[in-house]
Write a new protein. Structure first.
Length: 586
């Protein structure tokens, strides 16, 4: 069960027992299925899908829920019914052989019906009761009721027999589905069945501007909450798929994990990490700006991470896209071969908007992708107004957000003016918006990329030149010249001029460096010579200084020696004086 189905089931706090139909989406809008043990009326114009829906209810009940069923037809024979539903993969003959279902054709001849008070359905009750008891049926379909009462005009008898029929079905305890043709100004031709039915579902097949769309509406459902909107449904080789209108409550989970865009320069503009996983991205721009290339790179990067991606193309065939991507060095064949990438291409005029939405829902539920690409959404304007396209995309975004699937839209801008109409009003709904626009200058058309917004993350507010080459996609910083932003050859010429000037400046600086080195060497040589001369002078001065010091020491030594001799002489004279005195006395 999908996450959206779980949410709807959780919200529907019903107490009425319900029998699931097994039809994709129908159990969601009915809150669990048809009322168990009660009659349900399917009404609509011819070709609206009443017989097929009731048959699928019987078949899926027998196969998926082990509830045998009886299909009683008043118009088509058994072989005709078996042949009609064989294209949907339903093998009625095998199911009858296994006693899982029983198909009974009852022929009603109008001329044999007498409009008297004795008219009753006793014979039908006996035949139907026998069929129910034979296989233990839990489900019953009566197709169609108008044939059964075709010969009656007395409203009293008709109403009495209708009430009797519905009461008899309730007493048998079977979950019954009765089909009826739509009348003039009424849901059915008799206008009575809708009053005695517990659940009434109206099927509608509209053709607007030569495009058909099937819709379903629950007119009433006693005893339970149910969807009240019109829901588109699709009939294809797998049966019926109903698209429920997703919740209008803005209470969905979000993720903080970031995923790469596959373009390094773009990741850098988004803070170096890319987009949030499960977010919605819009890439808009004029024709030829590379929107499909960006989408293909994003799809390839998703597959490279091991995530599944489904690519809805409304303009080019898958082979065209694969071939064109080879020219920019992107090979997605490997992802097609290993089943990680799936293309679904169709012209917008194949279905109406609602049918496209149903088809996308079905493909997404079946493939279970992590990433979805829609390229381009502006082609849908051919089958609906801007408001209708926006309403459809709101529902798709709502569904994908509920499933936590990352989605990228591409949109063609019809002019260079950025407004909501060119981008189908999605710009205000998505989480991130990339704008790729033409920059015409110097006789060239180049591309510039802007990150118009990216909720919840830091992102660049500058324009980058967007290059598409044989080697892939890249973003380069635009060059701000004297006359403003330069791109393409003007940018390259200005960069070459700048590089030439830089080379000349480098050469001049190198020459100055060499002159400085030469002068340094001359000065260092002079310094060395002066240093040598200084050392010679210093040595000569030191020599003189040493000689003076030596002379001083010698003179000091001589002085001390003379002083010593004088002292000795004086001492000798003093010692000799007493002797001289004695001699004189004698």
């Amino acid at each position: 069960m999908s996450r959206s189905r779980k949410n709807i089931t959780a919200i529907s706090k019903y107490t009425l027992a319900k029998s699931p139909t097994g039809i994709i989406g129908l159990d969601e809008v009915t809150g669990g299925g048809f009322p168990t043990g009660r009659p349900t009326l399917l009404c609509g114009d011819a070709g609206s899908g009443k017989t097929l829906m009731s048959m699928e209810f019987i078949v899926r009940g027998a196969i998926e829920f082990n509830e045998p069923g009886v299909f009683m037809a008043f118009e088509e024979k058994q072989d005709e019914l078996a042949m009609n539903v064989a294209s949907l993969g339903f093998d009625l003959k095998q199911l009858q052989a296994d006693k899982k279902i029983r198909v009974d054709h009852v022929h009603i001849e109008r001329s044999e019906i007498e409009e008297t008070g004795e008219y009753d359905l006793e014979g039908l009750f006996i035949r139907l009761g026998h069929a129910i008891d034979t296989i233990g049926a839990k489900r019953v379909v009566l197709d169609t009721l108008e044939v059964l009462f075709a010969g009656l005009s007395d409203q009293r008898i008709l109403r009495a027999e209708l009430v009797r029929l519905f009461h008899w079905l309730k007493e048998k305890g079977v979950t019954a589905v009765i089909t009826g043709e739509r009348g003039e100004g009424k849901l059915t031709r008799q206008g009575l069945e809708e009053y005695v039915s517990d659940c009434v579902i109206l099927l509608d097949h509209r053709v607007i501007d030569q495009i058909s769309t099937r819709r379903l509406r629950i007119v009433k459902y006693r005893g339970t909450v149910h969807g009240t909107n019109e829901y588109p449904f699709l009939i294809d080789e797998e049966g019926i798929s109903v698209l429920p209108v997703t919740s209008l409550h803005l209470a969905k989970e979000v993720r903080t994990e970031r995923i790469s865009t596959g373009i390094e320069g773009l990741d850098q503009m988004l803070g170096g990490k890319g987009f949030f996983k499960g977010s919605s991205i819009l890439v808009s721009g004029t024709a030829g700006t590379g929107k499909t290339s960006i989408a293909a790179y994003f799809a390839a990067e998703s597959c490279k991470r091991g995530e599944r991606c489904i690519y809805f193309s409304f303009e080019e065939s898958p082979k065209q896209i694969v071939r064109n991507m080879h020219s920019i060095g992107l090979n997605v064949d490997q992802y097609l071969e290993n089943g990680m990438l799936h293309f679904h291409a169709s012209r917008p005029t194949l279905y109406g908007l609602e049918m496209h939405l149903v088809a996308m829902h079905k493909h997404i539920r079946k493939f279970k992708p992590d990433t979805v690409i829609l390229d381009p959404i502006t082609n849908l304007i051919t089958i609906g107004s801007v408001g209708e396209v926006k309403s459809m995309l709101v529902r798709l975004i709502d569904f994908l957000m509920e499933e936590q699937i990352t989605v990228m839209f591409t949109a063609l801008s019809l002019n260079t003016i950025v407004n909501e109409q060119t981008d189908e009003g999605v710009s205000s709904l998505v989480d991130a918006w990339l704008l790729v626009r033409d920059i015409e200058f110097n006789g060239e058309r180049n591309r510039g990329m802007y990150v118009m917004k990216s909720r919840g993350m830091k992102h660049s507010n500058q324009v980058r030149e967007f290059l598409i080459t044989d080697g892939g996609l890249s973003l380069v910083d635009v060059y701000l010249g004297p006359d403003g932003v330069l791109t393409g050859s003007a940018r390259e010429a200005e960069q070459l001029k700048e590089h030439t000037g830089q080379a000349l400046r480098d050469h001049a600086l190198n020459r100055k460096d060499r002159e400085i080195i030469r002068k340094r060497k001359v000065l260092e040589s002079q310094i060395s010579s002066l240093q040598t001369e200084f050392e010679s002078v210093e040595e000569e001065l030191n020599k003189i200084y040493l000689e003076e010091e030596l002379k001083k020491e010698v003179m000091e030594k001589n002085r001390r020696e003379l002083l010593a001799l004088r002292r000795e002489h004086k001492d000798a004279e003093k010692a000799a004086e007493p002797e001289k005195k004695k001699g004189k006395k004698k």
